[in-house]
Design a protein around this ligand. Structure first.
Ligand SMILES: [Fe+2]
Ligand SMILES: [Fe+2]
Length: 162
């Protein structure tokens, strides 16, 4: 699929497919984790934060879809099983804190994940920019989304002392 679409990328195509799959793995983990947290969080701060977690989960699933589309366009296989996500992700999965009322801890851990995503998409953009403008555009759009996520979480944490 995407015969000339892949041809124009040249020898970098496999490297880009590999990076896209690292992104899929991380986004699957993120999407699952945010959805989990939206159900797991408890305590007086939990309601609005749970809504944010659920909304963010949907955005991260959207990233999974974008990256999958690009891998198939390039003739590659998107990560074939979610069980591979732990190994293929560029960042380790962060399980929720033991205490479901530690909502602040959940937000703090999520912030670390968003920052890792920002660095990942920045790098993907750099790798793709010259050879694969379509992937570069996806990386740029996702980068903007992750920066938005970071900003939202930072605002939530600002002045939140327990
Ligand atoms: Fe994402
Ligand atoms: Fe994000």
């Amino acid at each position: 699929m995407g015969t000339v679409g892949r041809e124009i990328i040249g020898p970098e195509a496999d490297k880009i497919i590999d990076l896209l799959n690292q992104g899929i793995a991380a986004e699957v983990n993120d999407a699952y984790r945010y959805l989990l947290l939206s159900r797991y969080a408890a305590g007086i701060y939990s309601r609005p934060v749970a809504e944010l977690f659920e909304r963010t989960s949907q955005h991260e699933w959207g990233h999974v879809a974008l990256l999958m589309d690009r891998v198939t366009q390039l003739g590659g296989d998107p990560m074939l099983a979610p069980a591979e996500a732990g190994e293929r992700s560029y960042v380790a999965y962060q399980p929720p804190p033991k205490d479901p009322a530690d909502v602040r801890g959940m937000v703090r851990d999520s912030l670390a994940g968003e920052r890792a995503a920002i660095r990942f998409y920045r790098n993907l953009y750099d790798v793709a920019r010259e050879v694969d403008p379509v992937t570069a555009q996806i990386a740029r759009d996702a980068l903007a989304d992750e920066i938005d996520d970071e900003d939202e979480l930072e605002r939530l944490l600002a002045g939140w002392h327990e």
